[in-house]
Ligand binder design. Structure first.
Ligand code: FES
Ligand SMILES: [Fe+2]
Length: 383
């Protein structure tokens, strides 16, 4: 069971905040040294000790709708390939041929088997090496030991999670996740864009509503509140509710009958680098892949439960997507400006205030993970 409040309690907290002109506030502030955004060692530690050792969402389940469906991409620097087998189970593998390392697939699609484009070694959907052309050229080759190398894969709450390396970071219980992608959703599309921003700077932008009015004056602010959020944490993750102004309509609805559908956006931060955001017509899953200290790939999966044929649904969907897109561009611009600011010499640390508690929770989690895993690596017991 998750420790998150139910929707009715969140709605009540929001209405109370509107009345008293308040917002959720964290106990403490956080100061994050700027060197942690500029240091190659820090990024290497984040990748090796946190991203590759956490169960991180790789893609939504609906991106793999049938046997043979696959998604291939780089995750925390590692080329991976996730495939749904004929048995319905999703398996992820290191995306490298066991002959000379060529990637077996790129992007997304559906295959009956993976045939390496270099010399034609062929793997089943379960990763087994099925066929080697002119096999007599490899005396002693034991095909049973040369299948694709698996990584730990779990499907939960509508997402496919991979844990690349062991020992996994403690403190994750996928059974405690709330419902993230309700049944009935389908994949609308996937997009990728690379930006010149450190992955943590971009993550921080999702985790507070203190910037709604100044940054999103003509996009989100007309329909949302400035600096009015319900902020909750669960495990290393968090959930931030961004209410829409129309939530005031709930005042005339009996508390027991209140639904927050269409009344707020929930941003779930799935530690460390994935966001799931709910909008009235769609859900977006945003994966932030660190490519370098100052470069991040943003992979966005857009999902909807609106039926395909319904034209009203399509119109609402495209309005909804344009709305999200306009706000996302503003967030990207600000993130790029912060990245440039790293070179200004003005700050030694970023200070996150009491409205930015989900960011504090994120950094606290990163610090704890890096410190405990580094201690374990050095032979000490994890803290
Ligand atoms: S590298 Fe794949 S068959 Fe040679
Ligand atoms: Fe924003």
């Amino acid at each position: 069971m998750t420790s998150l409040s139910d929707d009715r309690s969140v709605a009540q907290r929001i209405l109370d905040h509107i009345d008293s002109q308040t917002t959720d506030m964290s106990e403490t502030i956080w100061r994050e040294p700027l060197d942690h955004y500029r240091s190659a060692e820090r990024l290497a530690a984040e990748l090796a000790l946190v991203l590759r050792r956490s169960p991180t969402p790789f893609c939504p389940s609906v991106a793999l709708p049938e046997g043979g469906s696959y998604v291939a991409r780089v995750a925390a620097g590692t080329p991976l390939l996730a495939v749904r087998g004929s048995d319905g189970q999703v398996r992820a593998f290191r995306n490298a041929c066991r002959h000379r390392g060529t990637q077996l697939a790129e992007g997304a699609g559906c295959e009956k088997a993976f045939v390496c484009r270099y010399h034609g070694w062929t793997y089943g959907l379960d990763g087994a090496l099925r066929h080697v052309p002119h096999e007599h050229g490899f005396p002693g080759l034991d095909k049973a030991t040369r299948g694709l190398v698996p990584v730990e894969t779990t499907e939960r709450r509508g997402l496919v999670f991979v844990t690349q390396e062991q020992p996994a970071l403690p403190g994750f219980d996928l059974d405690e996740l709330p419902e993230l992608i309700p049944p009935g959703h389908r994949l609308l599309g996937t997009s990728e864009i690379d930006i010149e921003v450190n992955w943590k700077i971009f993550t921080e932008g999702f985790l507070e509503g203190y910037h709604i009015r100044p940054t999103h004056r003509d996009t989100f602010y007309p329909v949302q509140f400035d600096n009015l959020n319900v902020v909750e944490t669960f495990g290393r993750n968090s959930r931030i509710a961004f209410p829409y102004r129309r939530i005031n309509k709930l005042r005339t609805v009996a508390p027991a009958e209140r639904s927050v559908d269409g009344m707020l956006t929930y941003v779930y931060h799935l530690f460390p680098n994935v966001m799931v955001a709910t909008f009235p017509t769609n859900i977006v899953v945003v994966v932030l892949e660190p490519l370098a200290l100052d470069r991040t790939r943003i992979i966005t999966y857009a999902l909807t439960d609106r039926p395909e044929g319904d034209s009203d649904g399509r119109a609402a969907l495209s309005t909804g997507q344009n709305f999200v897109q306009a706000g996302a561009i503003e967030d990207r611009d600000v993130a790029c400006a912060i990245q440039r600011g790293l070179a200004s010499g003005a700050n030694e640390y970023f200070e996150f205030g009491r409205f930015e508690g989900a960011i504090t929770h994120f950094h606290r989690g990163l610090h704890a993970a890096i410190d405990s895993m580094a201690a374990a690596h050095n032979g000490a017991a994890p803290a």
